[in-house]
Design a protein around this ligand. Structure first.
Ligand SMILES: *Cc1c(COP(=O)(O)O)cnc(C)c1O
Length: 387
């Protein structure tokens, strides 16, 4: 072959890296095209089997490694990555629901999941119905012959009710209905969804797994191979891909995740306990405290709590006042999401989000970060002193 031109040399390098490189982190593999050894290997490669690499969108050593580690943490066997937590939720819905089917969602569900339910109802001929998150075994009465999927969220990430997962799963399975759990609040560390009976666990890796407030990613984890394959088909058809760099960032967060989670948990309980004693606050909605609906279930099923909880201000305070309280916090950023080092605060108009919300006080949600909790308490005290 004649000497390559500079243009081709720019594309085909002769450099061969020394073999035998080993290090703790997984390598970051960037690829759209994945090269096959030969035509026979190309023809036998099956993206679904995960025993071969076929195309960047279907997985690389980087994403396969992250998927395996997430399945392990959750106690599952299979995992699929999605570009956000919400994408992971929609992937489950599009995999398991078709026109004429029915899906049940808790009334306290993550709001974009509620929006997705409404979209499915309005434009796709699927009915989405909302149930009381504390319904427990009573969900049996809502299950129709066309009900295919029940979403659960433990606890609901704004109003914090803790559902009775074993009771819901038992009622669902008696009628052949699948149960999906949004397990983001506990990061898969403090709640063993599969052991309680759920079929599908979804995680927003954006939160504790990343821990850096800098990545969006989601995961869907299953134990059952056939169920994984149904979701994998939707994953492929919808073209769900994640960036190799983002997958690496999430993997980088995993070794410290439990230490971070436990630190968030300890600080959040300290701050929640302090808020509970304040006259401005009527209720602290933290699953580890008795005020929280489903607290007994939390005690039975969970081994920890993480950093996210809400409070209800006494009804004598107007929204104008509580907005002033939020704006005068200095260590709490005003923003969505959680799971990072920085504490966050967010007021919610909960009365407009729920069907049967009785409390008239303003709801404010806190993500307790990794700052010294005494400094956070001091910040809350100065904001409460003058609002
Ligand atoms: C953040 C979150 C999601 C969605 O995750 P994104 O990556 O932000 O799309 C879903 N469910 C819960 C409970 C969440 O907190």
């Amino acid at each position: 072959m004649k000497k390559k031109s500079i243009q081709t040399t720019l594309i085909h390098s002769d450099y061969q890296a020394p073999e035998g490189f080993a290090a703790f982190p997984a390598a970051i593999h960037h690829a759209s095209t994945v090269l096959f050894e030969n035509v026979a290997a190309m023809r036998s490669g099956q993206w679904k089997e995960k025993n071969a690499y076929t195309y960047g969108l279907h997985g690389t050593p980087t994403t396969f490694t992250l998927e395996a580690r997430l399945a392990e943490i959750e106690g599952g066997n299979h995992c699929l990555l999605a570009p956000s937590g919400l994408a992971a939720i929609s992937m489950v819905d599009f995999a398991l629901l078709k026109t004429g089917d029915d899906v049940l969602l808790p009334d306290n569900v993550y709001n974009p999941n509620r929006e997705l339910g409404r979209w499915l109802s309005n434009d796709f001929g699927v009915t989405a119905r909302f149930y009381d998150p504390l319904i427990g075994a009573g969900i049996a009465e809502l299950i129709q012959p066309n009900t295919k999927l029940i979403w659960t969220e433990a606890p609901g990430s704004v109003s914090m009710e803790v559902p009775d997962l074993p009771a819901i799963c038992q009622a669902a399975h008696a009628k052949g209905v699948l149960v999906a759990l949004d397990n983001t609040w506990s990061a898969g560390l403090a709640l063993r969804g599969f052991d309680l009976g759920v079929d599908i666990v979804m995680q927003a890796l954006t939160k504790y797994q990343s821990g850096g407030s800098d990545v969006l990613m989601g995961a869907v984890i299953t134990r059952d191979r056939a169920l994984n394959d149904r979701i994998a088909l939707a994953h492929m058809r919808l073209g769900m891909g994640v960036s190799a760099d983002d997958a690496y960032l999430v993997m980088r967060g995993l070794p410290s995740m439990k230490l971070r989670f436990d630190a968030h948990d300890a600080s959040a309980r300290k701050v929640a306990g302090w808020l509970k004693a304040r006259p401005e606050i009527s209720r602290v909605l933290h699953p580890a405290l008795e005020d929280c609906p489903g607290h007994d279930i939390w005690r039975r099923d969970f081994s920890g709590a993480g950093g996210l909880f809400s409070v209800l201000f006494d009804a004598r305070y107007t929204e104008e006042q509580t907005d002033r309280f939020v704006d005068s916090l200095k260590l709490f950023g005003l923003g969505y999401s959680w799971g990072g080092a920085n504490s966050l605060v967010m007021p919610y108009r909960i009365q407009g989000m729920r069907r049967n919300w009785r409390d008239s006080g303003v709801l404010v949600r806190f993500n307790i970060g990794l700052e010294d909790p005494d400094d956070l308490v001091a910040d809350l005290a100065q904001a409460l002193a003058n609002f």
